[in-house]
Design a binder for this molecule. Sequence first.
Ligand SMILES: C[S@@+](CC[C@H](N)C(=O)[O-])C[C@H]1O[C@@H](n2cnc3c(N)ncnc32)[C@H](O)[C@@H]1O
Length: 281
Amino acid sequence: MKVIHSKYKQRNMKIWNEVAPRYHKKWASVNKGPFQSTKKLIELVKINKNNLVLDVACGTGVVTKQIQKKNSNLEYVVGIDTSITAIKIAKKYNEKNKNLDFINTDAENFAFSKKFDVVTCQYALFFFPNAQKALKNMKNSLKKSGKIGISVHGSKYNVPFFSSILDSAVKYIPNYVPPGTPNLDRFGTKSTLKAEVRKAGFSNVVVKEFIFNYNPGKFEDYWKNYIKYIATPLKEKLNALEYSKCKEFKNSVKEKTLQYTKKNGEIIFPWQVLILTAKNN
Ligand SMILES: C[S@@+](CC[C@H](N)C(=O)[O-])C[C@H]1O[C@@H](n2cnc3c(N)ncnc32)[C@H](O)[C@@H]1O
């Protein structure tokens, strides 16, 4: 199991190192679709002045930036992530902010000498193969009175932006998702998310559901931009498909998007997001 996890982690790190600049441009730095959740997460976890905050899997620093913007009296914010490219972007994106640091480390293996008041983690818990280890790490890094705030995408049918393509991709492209890859919607229901966080020893666990809308344009825009965004290993698998199979694949995706397509051809996807808050004790 350990070997499978470490291979997956290396693959995932490589993917994030490639994708981070595109991710930042397309998603993280624009307050659209699922990223409307960043503000909600910060409100729900209630960060106070003088708080010491840790943002786990901080990516390109979008949560960190909003935390600072909301409360300029914060004692310190630390962001951690395994992608060195994401960390570099996060540093640049937050260069005007003081009392802030970004560190290249793993959510399952970090340790700090200081204890934090708040730990946040947006759109990353499902990437950690040993989510319990990461959650226990977060718990150990909190003060007794500390709190966590975690956002995840909802279950796949409630996030058709992903499932419209992924469900067909796994049908047409063998090994599209390599063995050992954790299921990305494994915490996509209130009960699974709550249970995982309770298991790690947190109390007062509350999960709130939000539905955001996301317009990826017309079908051709959605398809083209999705393919442009994905990392090289996936693109290679897609490019290896025979022309006729690729056409079939694209048609099957189009069919899935029809229920979200308006009369003018624009797609409006609903996007379910779950935001959890909990206390250390
Ligand atoms: C979808 S992005 C979310 C980034 C950021 N929290 C945001 O909301 O924009 C997922 C991030 O998780 C990071 N990640 C994946 N596995 C990780 C791990 N084991 N430890 C730390 N970071 C990890 C990736 O490098 C990536 O930056």
